[in-house]
Design a protein around this ligand. Structure first.
Ligand SMILES: [Zn+2]
Length: 353
């Protein structure tokens, strides 16, 4: 009798133990699930916040590490003339404002500046930004008179405020708004220079540029000896190469728009993009000439050639093209969308100074 009672006791205990375990596991699963939902909500909330117009953004200054919160329009006023000459046509400056705004929001989407800041002022990492007083100082140092400087600032303000909240999208997503200074004749397809990734809106398009642009053509002369030693130091060719090898240098492969992909020296192939950076060539659109002791790069255009050409944008604008047409010319198949304003005073832009 006693052992029967004991058995019943054990069975009941086991039953409770199993039920407790099951409940514990279910709880864990539900907990995990709700954590995931919470995480998802946070992400969605972030997405909404990042796409709100007229917000305050946090700019990190790379030299001092200082982070300053500012109105998005004030930020863009500092970016547009830092990235494009304020002498350019107003429609080109408006196009640059859209590019800068789109770039800002895509940087915020990536959180590439960490949790403390949204974007930085380093043109090598994000996009160039100078505050108003610094811009005025730069323009004064270039010899512009006060009237011209005020005219520059007026154009910059107009470019930012008249395109307020407008961003460039493709299939409902912000585009990667690459731009460059100049690519006479055609822009470059992104797949031809950076990996093989194709981007539908970053394909090669016809480009018209004013021929008096100062960096339309440039030449770089380098002594063969220096050319060889630099390539060796940069690890682009082997130490066994001789001066005779390097004198036989030739262009090996070109892109679909006639830019150089790589050059051949003996059995080494050096990427044109690397040459551009190492030797300060203005673009990879070059031909090579040789003398007895020098290599001469004859370069056309300035920059990587992908996306909007700034000189081209201003040239098309001088011909009567509007900023939205310019954007749609350089970025194939894109749309210009307007962010919903969170500010009742939209358009009044009380921050003007
Ligand atoms: Zn940055």
């Amino acid at each position: 009798m006693k052992s029967k009672l004991l058995t019943i006791f054990y069975v009941v205990m086991c039953f409770f133990l199993i039920v407790t375990c099951i409940l514990f596991i279910i709880n864990l699963i539900i907990g995990k699930k709700s954590e995931q939902i919470e995480e998802q909500n946070k992400k969605e909330e972030k997405y909404v916040i990042e796409y709100k117009a007229n917000q305050t953004i946090r700019v990190k200054f790379h030299k001092t590490g200082e982070i300053i919160a500012m109105d998005v329009n004030d930020y863009l006023r500092g970016v547009v003339p830092s990235e494009m000459s304020p002498k350019y046509n107003i429609e080109a400056l408006k196009a640059q404002a859209l590019v800068a705004r789109t770039y800002l929001y895509s940087k915020m989407e990536d959180s590439s500046e960490g949790n403390d800041a949204d974007i930085c002022d380093d043109s090598n990492h994000c996009q160039a930004y100078y505050p108003k007083d610094k811009l005025f100082e730069i323009w004064r140092n270039k010899g512009y008179d006060e009237d011209t400087i005020n005219e520059f600032w007026y154009k910059v303000n107009l470019a930012v405020t008249s395109t307020q909240n407008e961003i460039i999208t493709y299939n409902g997503k912000l585009i990667r708004a690459y731009f460059h200074a100049s690519s006479p004749i055609r822009t470059e397809d992104i797949s031809q220079i950076w990996g093989n990734e194709s981007v539908p809106y970053l394909i090669s398009v016809e480009n018209k540029e004013a021929e008096d642009y100062e960096n339309r053509t440039s030449t770089v002369n380098i002594k063969f000896e220096e050319f060889l030693n630099t390539l060796k130091r940069e690890g682009k060719v082997g130490d066994e190469l001789t001066l005779d090898d390097v004198k036989n240098v030739c262009i090996n492969e070109k892109t679909i728009t006639d830019r150089v992909k790589n050059i051949k020296i003996s059995n080494y192939y050096v990427k044109a993009e690397d040459l551009r950076i190492i030797f300060g060539l203005k673009s990879t659109n070059f031909t090579i000439d040789k003398t007895d002791d020098e290599i001469i790069f004859n370069v056309l255009g300035y920059g990587h050639g992908v996306g909007m050409s700034q000189v081209g944008a201003s040239t098309y604008a001088d011909d009567g093209m509007k900023y939205d047409e310019i954007i749609k010319h350089y970025y194939t198949g894109v749309q210009i969308d307007k962010l919903e304003s969170t500010n009742e005073n939209e358009g009044e832009d009380t921050n003007e100074n």
